[in-house]
Design a protein around this ligand. Structure first.
Ligand SMILES: Cc1cc2nc3c(=O)[nH]c(=O)nc-3n(C[C@H](O)[C@H](O)[C@H](O)COP(=O)(O)OP(=O)(O)OC[C@H]3O[C@@H](n4cnc5c(N)ncnc54)[C@H](O)[C@@H]3O)c2cc1C
Length: 267
């Protein structure tokens, strides 16, 4: 399907991208979500600001006890990073679950978080890991805790003129983590994705993708598990999705099964 005419601009720095976004348009990173949605006319920006070649958005490093991932890192960069494997294997494991090799080599963590598809994998991973999303806009930089970032179906706390620049993730010694995903067989998106981080003292954080119309930390399940009880029902108070692939009832059932698998993996 051919898209409509639009303006294309390429930014060479974060500052340039922010000033271009202030004139209107949308950031283009790997293009693996934005371009398909433009072809379907679900998204019709007048201009695209290509942020795919900005050096400041690349790179993965440690800063004290935080792993810092540039928003322009591709899923493959993260899946293959030795540093990520050593410091936060959850992210390498999760990134390796995304789509297929073509998607992983173009799609970026920043693009995925900004797009906020309810079935995407990164949202559950950043939520369980207590990550912070760092963004830059006309008024400078701000840091958004991942628990405040996802505000609903395909919506986030990001303003139109802001760019995600990096993701900061605390790394703690002795923690264990896992991502357990039931993938839709054609797209590989999560019908259910459950991410768990278990700290050395046994306290867990539990997040889900694919279950509700927005990714979420299951604070009821966390409270139960962290006080030594059974997990209890998953997704209490959430707006559970239902579609051709999985009914509401089936999704909740799958979520419980994948939660148990995740708990066994970190036991
Ligand atoms: C066949 C296929 C299978 C897929 N399977 C999966 C899967 O299994 N799991 C999964 O999680 N995802 C999957 N995806 C989605 C894929 O991971 C996308 O690459 C990702 O969601 C978007 O990243 P992108 O870099 O391509 O962003 P783009 O498509 O370039 O942009 C997406 C949105 O993010 C905004 N944006 C991009 N970068 C930034 C930034 N730095 N700051 C602010 N806003 C920004 C854009 O303006 C746009 O609104 C799949 C996609 C395809 C085509």
């Amino acid at each position: 399907m051919i898209t409509y005419p639009f303006e294309y601009k390429r930014a060479s720095s974060v500052a340039e991208a922010v000033s271009m976004l202030a004139e209107g348009g949308k950031a283009l990173s790997g293009g693996h979500s934005l371009i398909p949605s433009m072809k379907l006319r679900l998204n019709m920006p007048d201009a695209l600001v290509d942020v795919g070649r900005i050096p400041e958005l690349k790179g993965i490093s440690m800063d004290g006890d935080e792993l810092v991932i540039g928003a322009g890192s591709t899923h493959a960069d993260i899946a293959d990073s030795q540093l990520v494997k050593e410091k936060l294997s959850l992210f390498a494991e999760g990134a390796a679950h995304i789509g297929d090799p073509a998607v992983r080599s173009r799609g970026t963590i920043g693009g995925s978080l900004a797009h906020a598809d309810p079935s995407a994998d990164w949202p559950a991973l950043v939520l369980a890991a207590n990550a912070t999303i760092v963004v830059t806009g006309p008024n400078g930089e701000r840091s958004i805790p991942s628990t405040d970032f996802f505000t609903g179906l395909f919506s986030t706390a990001l303003n139109d003129d802001e760019l995600i620049t990096k993701i900061r993730v605390p790394v703690s010694a002795g923690s264990k983590s896992t991502y357990q995903k039931f993938a839709q067989p054609a797209s590989r998106y999560a019908l259910v994705g459950c991410a768990i981080v278990k700290q050395a003292d046994g306290q867990v954080s539990v997040a889900f993708s694919g279950v509700s119309d927005a990714p979420f930390r299951d604070t009821d399940v966390e409270k139960n598990l962290n006080s030594g009880q059974e997990a209890g029902p998953v997704g209490k108070g959430q707006s559970i999705m239902s579609d051709n692939f999985a009914s509401e009832k089936y999704r909740v059932h799958l979520a419980s099964v994948y939660l148990q698998r995740a708990l066994e993996a970190v036991a």
